[in-house]
Design a protein around this ligand. Structure first.
Ligand code: PYC
Length: 334
């Protein structure tokens, strides 16, 4: 019987889980985090399944593993592991990982208060504020984000024909705004949104197959997330979302890559200017502050460089074993 032990630190970012694997992550081959991600998916995906799925995880579980940087100017590299696979970039995961990394001494940045982090989607620059041993907030400046397509249509068996845009913020998002068939996410429970999203994501990736491929990294492709929008809870919030990811998750945080995609969409449509706060509210009402930091291009297409600010709290130290003799060693989903 083989047994592997993983020393983890558990936290949540604005309500959504983050599990950092402190010890037990595998050595990976590759010069970039994108190549290391491919190596992990090929040979070590059992670790992700064992630590993310039930009984050791749950539908929303999300985590990361730290690696030495490829470029010595940077502080570290990160691999995101989720129920859905290994995302190229994860905003709530970044805010949680930085909070854990700094508070637990796993990251010692070259410049205190600033971190340069290599992700599979590219370099992410981070600022954070610390009081004593606690990290108060984390601000990440994300990869280039852009509106990829507008006014596409798809048939939902529950809601009828829906019009949506697709926008990239580190992952590709189908953004579904209120329209004739629904007035917003406030109409639906999280489980209903999951049910609609499961069908829609599959249909979108069939109908628009090969349409969404990152112009600089072809391993990043297809719509992986659905971002539904609706009426804000707080009068101070700019917008509210419910982001579907994995197979059965609605993000409890406002979703960092989703907020980036949403800001790219609004900016491209003239609804959001550079430097203006975009207060994004999650399904449970927690908030991130987004901002368009720079207007730029990505392979000739208009794009933005967004920032996202949020907070995370550590709640547990968790030593987890995966034993071959456990019938559920590699998790299950119901
Ligand atoms: O915050 O980018 C994010 C994210 C992706 C999936 C869940 N959260």
């Amino acid at each position: 019987m083989a047994s592997s032990t993983f020393v983890c630190i558990d936290a949540h970012t604005c309500g959504n889980p983050v599990r950092v694997i402190k010890h037990g992550g595998p050595d990976l081959v590759g010069t970039t985090m994108s190549e290391k991600r491919q190596h992990f998916l090929k040979e070590f995906d059992w670790i992700r399944k064992g630590l993310m799925f039930e009984p050791r995880g749950h539908d929303m579980m999300s985590g990361s593993i730290f690696y030495p940087p490829s470029n010595p100017d940077n502080d570290f590299g990160i691999l995101f592991i989720e129920t859905s696979g290994c995302l190229p970039m994860c905003g709530h995961g970044t805010i949680g990982a930085i909070t854990i990394g700094i508070e637990e001494g796993l990251i010692v940045p070259k410049i205190p208060g600033e971190v340069r982090m290599e992700t599979p989607a590219g370099l992410v620059k981070i600022k954070y504020q610390q009081t004593g041993n606690k990290v108060d907030w984390v601000q990440l400046t994300n990869v280039k984000s852009y509106l990829a397509a507008t006014d596409l249509t798809i048939e939902s068996s529950d809601l009828g024909e829906l019009t949506f845009d697709v926008s990239y913020g580190g992952n590709y998002y189908a953004i579904i705004d209120p329209q004739v068939n629904f007035t917003g996410i406030q109409d639906f429970s999280a489980s209903k949104l999951i049910q609609f999203s499961q069908e829609l994501r599959e249909k979108i990736n069939v109908k628009y197959s090969n349409k969404f491929i990152h112009p600089e990294d072809s391993s990043i492709k297809n719509v992986s997330h659905i971002l539904w929008t609706g009426t804000t809870i707080s009068a101070k919030a700019t917008a509210r979302n419910a982001v579907f990811y994995g197979d059965k998750a609605i993000d409890r945080s406002p979703c960092g890559t989703g907020t980036s995609a949403r800001m790219a969409q609004w900016h491209a449509k003239g609804l959001l200017g550079k430097g203006v706060d975009f207060i994004h509210e999650s399904y449970i009402g927690s908030q991130f502050i987004g901002r368009v930091e720079e207007e730029t291009t990505l392979k000739g297409k208009p794009a933005i460089i967004p920032s996202i600010t949020g907070w995370a709290k550590i709640y547990g130290q968790n030593t987890i074993s995966i034993d071959d003799d456990d019938p559920y060693a590699y998790g299950f989903q119901v």
